[in-house]
Design a protein around this ligand. Sequence first.
Ligand SMILES: Cc1cc2nc3c(=O)[nH]c(=O)nc-3n(C[C@H](O)[C@H](O)[C@H](O)COP(=O)(O)O)c2cc1C
Length: 261
Amino acid sequence: MTAGLAIIATPRNDGNSEIAAKIILDAAGFEHKSIINLYDLNLKPCTACYSCLFQEGCVIDDDVTWILNKINKTDALIFISNTYFMGINGVWKLFLDRMLLLNQYKNIKNTPVVLLAVSGIKGWEGLTLSSLASAAFSMELDVRAEADFVATLPGDIENHKKQIINIGKILSGEIKKETNYDEFCNFCGSNCFKISNETVNCAVCGKPHKTGEPVITANWSNHGDWLRKKKNEFLARRKELLTIHNRYNKLKYKIKPDKES
Ligand SMILES: Cc1cc2nc3c(=O)[nH]c(=O)nc-3n(C[C@H](O)[C@H](O)[C@H](O)COP(=O)(O)O)c2cc1C
């Protein structure tokens, strides 16, 4: 593997996410090392137009296709998110919500990736790692390792340097990954579980823990086909859906800041 690309989202220069990315890129020994900080880019929210399923590119004029072209060309990926309000950083989520576009980037499937969550308080990491795991799952990446680290002040991540170096070596294939299925879902890599009727199910893919089949068995590559069929259903049911829309459109509850005041 010659090229490694880390994706982070942080307002801090050389903060914990960036330092962790640099440690992994160096430990993996990539010839070409790159970091994209999503905060540096122009990213807009998905408009739910579904055009990307039917035509090339995205109708939104921003940097998402630039990032996907970079991801498409790399040999290995590093996804790192800091924890904001017990979940993934909002800018990361903004980017992930645009991933219907992946339909157009078949090369990305099976790219090796490692996932890191960085949080400031032990036990307050919330859903960050699970969100990265569900992203990797839906992008059909090859998750080689995942871990969450507590690092409060910028630079504190160095306390975990040894473990992070190991993650770099797992990514490059220098050392073998060790997956602890007691902590992570062995189907999608999430570490978030729901308890219902005395069974423990993965909160992301629905797999009953350790036994049984996952609820989401769909091949994500074929998800575009399913969505494209939905367009025909939408056209067939348009009138009926419009009556529902009109019923709620009458209720003018939405507020926005007044531009004139
Ligand atoms: C707005 C905001 C919300 C945060 N929320 C959490 C949180 O819910 N749980 C937690 O453990 N740390 C939280 N943190 C701390 C960061 O996750 C932590 O400082 C992390 O190291 C930042 O990574 P960075 O240096 O790469 O930006 C929050 C920080 C900010 C600025």
